[in-house]
Design a protein around this ligand. Structure first.
Ligand SMILES: C[S@@+](CC[C@H](N)C(=O)[O-])C[C@H]1O[C@@H](n2cnc3c(N)ncnc32)[C@H](O)[C@@H]1O
Length: 311
């Protein structure tokens, strides 16, 4: 898994609200360094940078660093963080220079370190996501367990867009259903569908790393008899009808294939779309409605929405 380091140069006053913003945006681990510590811990780096541009590194101030998984939502998450930090000014919080920098963290440095941030998480009334390296005893007999190795493809299973997709699947998938999972990533939504009793699931992704990751997670959960994983662009060249189509992709991509989804979903079947940042909700809802679907429910978590539509 790749990580991105977001670093914010701010004031003492803004450290706590910024740390909250970063945690809410899904940061795994936050490092707070005030200018004194920074100077002491990285004298060379500080000295070099200081010589380059003294204005970038005032003697006063704090650097807040957070680590975010690199996935297809990273761009939007960073924009969200920036706008939430700017918004602190309306609460009369001094955010100082507010210099935001992003850099990719070398995988080797984090090869195993990131694992400590993942533990079993109960994400809905039925499902608990368990990282492969953790021992976990189900709390109740009807609890459904998804084992995941987040590996390189998007999908620790705990991103709000994934959690809401699974909650929507719980509401819609019936035993014996045919399900299409568009943008399967780690395969988590296909595995959830299989555990809910779907008979045939087609897990599709454009990215070959995702296809491999989905295949290994599907085997790990022993649901390979129910799921076919295929490298595919959205629903292109798919012709068989499905009871449920789920897609946790960005809003910009969803609007491109709502007509295909309508063509493929059976009458009375569902189209679940996730990965929609709140600001894009109206645009996606309008497109889904214009394709012919009825919107049954819109789930909300943090700044994200998931739309459950019915044909
Ligand atoms: C945000 S991830 C979702 C992963 C997983 N379904 C989940 O809910 O956690 C979106 C996935 O969509 C895939 N994707 C993006 N564009 C696609 C396209 N045009 N066709 C198929 N998959 C696509 C990406 O490779 C990525 O794995």
């Amino acid at each position: 898994m790749k990580w991105s380091e977001i670093s914010i140069h701010t004031t003492n006053e803004a450290v706590e609200p910024i740390a909250n913003i970063l945690y809410e945006a899904g940061a795994s681990g936050i490092v707070i360094e005030d200018s004194f510590d920074l100077n002491k811990e990285h004298p060379e780096q500080y000295g070099e940078m200081y010589e380059l541009n003294a204005d970038d590194f005032p003697e006063e101030g704090v650097i807040v660093k957070a680590y975010l998984p690199v996935n297809s939502f990273l761009g939007e998450t960073v924009e969200q963080i920036k706008s939430a930090i700017n918004n602190l000014m309306s609460f009369n919080i001094d955010i100082g220079k507010n210099k935001v920098t992003i850099s990719e963290v070398q995988e080797e440095e984090w090869a195993t370190a990131w694992k400590k941030y993942y533990h079993p998480v109960k994400i809905s009334s039925k499902f608990t996501i368990v990282p492969t390296w953790e021992e976990y005893e189900p709390v109740s007999s009807d609890e459904l367990i998804i084992e995941l190795d987040p590996g390189m493809a998007f999908g620790t299973g705990t991103h709000p867009t994934t959690v809401m997709s699974i909650q929507a699947l719980e509401q819609t998938v019936k035993k014996g259903d045919i399900v299409y999972d568009v943008g399967t990533g780690s395969g988590v939504l296909s595995i959830a569908s299989a555990l809910l009793g779907a008979k045939h699931i087609l897990a599709l992704d454009l990215d070959d790393v995702a296809v491999e990751s989905a295949k290994s997670n599907i085997e790990l959960n022993n649901v390979q008899d129910q799921i076919i994983v295929k490298q595919n662009n959205l629903l292109n060249s798919i012709t068989e009808p499905a009871d449920v189509i789920v897609a946790n992709i960005l809003a910009e991509i969803i609007v491109r294939f709502t007509d295909d989804a309508y063509r493929l979903v059976k009458d009375g079947g569902y189209f679940i779309t996730s990965g929609i940042i709140n600001q894009k909700r109206q645009e996606v809802e309008d497109k889904i409605l214009s394709s012919g679907f009825t919107i049954v429910e819109t789930l909300k978590m943090e700044d994200w929405v998931t739309i459950i539509a019915k044909k």
